[in-house]
Design a protein around this ligand. Structure first.
Ligand SMILES: *[C@@H]1O[C@H](CO)[C@@H](O)[C@H](O)[C@H]1NC(C)=O
Ligand SMILES: *[C@@H]1O[C@H](CO)[C@@H](O)[C@H](O)[C@H]1NC(C)=O
Ligand SMILES: [Zn+2]
Length: 394
């Protein structure tokens, strides 16, 4: 390994761990094990022969939601390679419990990326059973929501491959106020606390940090809270017309919200609820950005679905404007889309995923090439973006 690539590795490792260069106090052992993990992956990566990935999944009874999400995850290279190289067997903390779901998921991916897999169809039954075992809520054969499935799946996979002991209680001790000098420091402290408890390849790839800032209109005090997110669930603007842009959804998500006395949290300085404004921004950007277009609106008696066409960029989605002040452009490229067509309860899920040959349409067992111009539709439901790593972040 050349010195340059080692340095790049360390830098990306530091970025992975959410540590800023000014506070690189990660322990030698963490650094070492993480580096070894990366080296193992890097080494093995060249060894696994991959097929085209253009392989469908059998619908084993209303499982199109599962099939569409699995295809999107199967095209998330950082996750796919981690599974196929079986790196998770060394990585996870608890070696007593079998990573049942991870094994079953990996088996599906092995089928999808089999070298001789072209024209084959993979049966996800075993994986689906393992999933229902882990999440009994998903039992029964009623139509399920793909986004909900994705959240549960990533959560359970994470639990099996968490590098931290599972039983450690959360340390929510607040830093003494006078110790926090800057917002960025506060955010880093919170992020590290989270990593002490939850640290896995899933976190490396999908986790980011949201900042919620509250501004009291009486005393002008600002307070911030930080939360980890694994996807952004965006509201769709409600207005006339059949077309909105992803930017409008993001603007709406991050727009300042007025809270009256009743709905505002307590102002730390006034020690009472006051009229406030709240705003959400992204404090830390994930490597893989999952955007959920919240098409379903729950009312008291029913769920309605919006079929508004949301136009989204395929390359260079810039999230910089929703990040910390002066963070510069933060660019993402689209690599997979999960679609929902039809009615709320009788819908059908499909996916489009990108590989070197272009875009492919996955409709359960059928796989067809699709022109990029057909990706945008009123059915796009979950978007998968990869951070453009060609831009070196500071
Ligand atoms: C909990 O967090 C506080 C503040 O960050 C720290 O001082 C303390 O040592 C932590 N306790 C444990 C058990 O890690
Ligand atoms: C997906 O496949 C089903 C049959 O399996 C077919 O009825 C449906 O039209 C297909 N959808 C699209 C959009 O191609
Ligand atoms: Zn106040």
């Amino acid at each position: 390994m050349t010195e340059n690539s080692c340095e790049a590795l360390c830098r990306s490792l530091v970025a992975n761990n959410g540590l800023q260069s000014e506070s690189t106090d990660i322990s030698q052992s963490v650094l070492y094990t993480s580096l070894m993990g990366l080296l193992l992956v890097a080494d093995k990566k060249t060894e696994i022969p991959l097929g085209s990935g253009q392989v469908g999944l059998r619908n084993v009874g209303n499982t199109c939601f599962l099939n569409a999400v699995v295809q999107c995850l199967s095209h998330t290279h950082g996750l796919r390679d981690y599974c196929l190289t079986k790196s998770y067997l060394q990585d996870r903390h608890s070696s007593k419990q079998e990573p049942v779901l991870m094994n079953a998921f990996t088996q599906v991916l092995s089928g999808l990326w089999d070298v001789e897999g072209r024209d084959a169809v993979v049966n996800p039954s075993r994986f689906y059973s393992a999933f229902k075992e882990a999440v009994p809520y998903f039992s029964g054969y009623s139509q399920q929501d793909a986004q909900e499935f994705l959240r549960f799946l990533l959560d359970r996979l994470h639990t099996e491959i968490n590098r931290r002991p599972t039983k450690r209680p959360p340390n929510n001790t607040q830093e003494p106020k006078h110790k926090i000098f800057r917002l960025a420091e506060q955010a880093t402290v919170m992020w590290k606390k989270n990593l002490e408890r939850d640290d896995s390849r899933i976190v490396d790839l999908f986790s980011g940090q949201l900042r919620s800032s509250l501004h009291c209109s009486i005393c002008s005090h600002y307070s911030n809270t930080f939360d980890v997110f694994c996807d952004l669930s965006l509201p769709l603007p409600k207005r006339g017309g059949d077309r909105v842009s992803l930017k409008e959804c993001l603007d709406l998500f991050s727009q300042e919200e007025k809270l009256d006395e009743e709905n505002a949290p307590m102002c730390e300085r006034c020690c009472r609820r006051t009229e406030s404004t709240k705003r959400l921004t992204i404090q830390r950007f994930p490597k893989v950005l999952v955007i959920h277009l919240n098409r379903f609106t729950m009312s008291r008696y029913s769920i309605s679905k919006s079929t508004v066409r949301v136009s989204f960029p395929i390359t260079n989605l810039d999230l910089g404007p929703y990040g910390p002040v002066d963070c510069g452009p933060v660019l993402y490229n689209l690599y997979a889309v999960c679609y929902h067509s039809g009615m709320v309860n009788m819908g059908h899920y499909t996916a489009c995923c990108r590989d070197e040959d272009g875009w492919w349409y996955y409709n359960d067992s059928s796989v067809q090439q699709v022109p990029e111009t057909q990706l945008q539709s009123g059915q796009a439901y979950v978007l998968f973006y990869q951070l453009d790593s060609s831009i070196m972040r500071k």
